[in-house]
Design a protein around this ligand. Structure first.
Ligand code: BGC
Length: 450
């Protein structure tokens, strides 16, 4: 039986429809207007940190072309535009006096959104720590709490009169694991001696950021985001089920549960978590790690299938390709599974004290398929259709979902993968910066206008 076509209007008139971008992935203008280097600039400058040794360069030059991008957002019909602030542009020394040129840039972006009747959704931190702070220890340093508090307060003071939707952190599990445990992302550190303190300082900043925003902007809607992946055990053998529980604790529970006042997650016989909790004396800060956010942002890209494997350090598990499902993949090899998107969203919605949910990122990379000079990205359209169908089902079940933000507007700098993955609804010519709407952009336009 063919499923009913989903309409934007099925989600209600107040639903937030938007796109998300991030400063490091889009802005360019590295040394323009007093901006200092971020950890990503320094990391990508080194050899072979980014696929094919690519460099960040000017990214999408959003710094100069922001009006074009906000116009595109408007043209497609989005009512919400999520972007992040570059800490190095606002506080080039990491702390201290703000750089007024940086403040002016974001004022222009915010004002232009408002002029176009688009809601600016601002992320404080999307992975681009000022490198000067990394030299002082970065996320492993206890001083992060002071640095982050000052940065948050500066942003709240300068933008809080007009920005009423705030996201404190983008995917803490992502930047701590990839950047401080596995060395694949900036700043490229590895091992538990960096990972453990980075987790704890991040948890403290996550809640503190919320408190500072609340104090400075009492009428703001404040949230923070989490990456999430439904974890499938590879079989129903008890050891695979336990492996899935361990991974679930690290991937999905580690940052949300302390925030909800539940403390660090626990899984029986999972020594790694016990060690983490003891090392960080986590119980001492149970209250400090908690904050009543107005919403939680969920970002889902793929599920993970996991198998028990005793030789893998710490987690005794490894990811495997799903054996019993005939699954499609994105160009990055990520499993496409809208059913699993539903499962993980329901898992988060079960927490008692999560008031509202917003899908703050969801999307997929596919190779450009050019037909008659047009980018005919039918697979991306299929991806969005299947995920929006699932989302509507979740809403019908009564999950408190207020919005959906697609990742992303324009093809951009995809971290250690460089520029090869294409996630955008809009293609960018890397030489000329010319923007060309893909078929998926037009699809969204029709979807949002009917
Ligand atoms: C991040 C984005 C990233 C996207 C696709 C998310 O984890 O927030 O910055 O581009 O995934 O990898």
């Amino acid at each position: 039986m063919k499923s009913k076509v989903v309409l934007a209007s099925d989600f209600g008139k107040d639903f937030l429809w938007g796109v998300a971008i991030a400063a490091q992935q889009n802005e360019g203008a590295r040394n323009v207007g007093g901006r200092s280097d971020s950890i990503w600039d320094t990391f990508a400058d080194k050899n072979n940190k980014i696929k094919n040794n690519q460099k960040i360069g000017n990214a999408c030059d959003f710094f100069h072309l922001y009006k074009q991008d906000i116009d595109l957002c408007k043209l497609i019909g989005f009512n919400t535009f999520r972007f992040s602030l570059s800490w190095s542009r606002i506080l080039p020394n990491g702390t201290g006096t703000p750089n007024m040129e940086g403040i002016r840039f974001y004022n222009q972006v915010i004002d232009y959104c408002l002029e176009k009747n688009i809601r600016p959704f601002v992320t404080l931190y999307h992975w681009d720590l000022p490198n000067v702070l990394e030299l002082e220890g970065g996320w492993t340093s206890h001083r992060m709490l002071d640095w982050f508090s000052h940065y948050t307060e500066t942003c709240a003071i300068h933008f809080g009169d007009r920005v009423k939707d705030w996201i404190v952190l983008n995917e803490p599990a992502g930047f701590t694991t990839l950047g401080y445990m596995l060395g694949m992302h900036a700043p490229g550190r590895r091992g538990i001696s960096s990972f453990f303190p980075a987790i704890h300082n991040t948890l403290l900043c996550q809640a503190q950021g919320g408190r500072i925003l609340r104090k400075n902007i009492p009428d703001a809607r404040i949230g923070t985001t989490f990456s999430c992946s439904y974890i499938f055990p590879n079989s129903d053998k008890p050891e695979d089920i336990k492996a899935a529980q361990r991974l679930d604790a690290l991937v999905n529970r580690l940052f949300v549960e302390p925030l909800l006042g539940l403390g660090y997650p626990r899984v029986s016989n999972f020594k790694f978590l016990e060690k983490l909790e003891v090392h960080n004396l986590a119980w001492r800060h149970k209250e400090q790690m908690a904050f009543d956010f107005d919403f939680i942002g969920l970002q889902n890209y793929f599920p993970i299938t996991v198998k028990h494997n005793p030789i893998i350090p710490y987690i005794a598990a490894n990811e495997v390709k799903p054996k019993d499902r005939n699954v499609p993949y994105t160009s990055m090899g990520w499993e496409i599974n809208s059913h699993a998107f539903g499962l993980i969203t329901r898992q988060f919605a079960k927490y008692q004290n999560i008031p509202r949910l917003i899908i703050t990122e969801n999307g997929a990379s596919f190779k450009d398929v050019i037909v008659d000079n047009k980018i005919n990205d039918v697979k991306r359209i299929q991806y969005y259709k299947s995920h929006l169908t699932e989302l509507l089902q979740l809403k019908k079940e009564g999950l408190p979902i207020d919005g959906y933000l697609a990742w992303t507007l324009t093809d951009n700098f995809e971290w250690n993968y460089g520029y090869s993955p294409k996630f955008g609804l809009v293609h960018i010519d890397r030489e000329t910066q010319e923007r060309t709407m893909k078929k998926s952009g037009y699809w969204f336009k029709t979807f949002l206008h009917t």
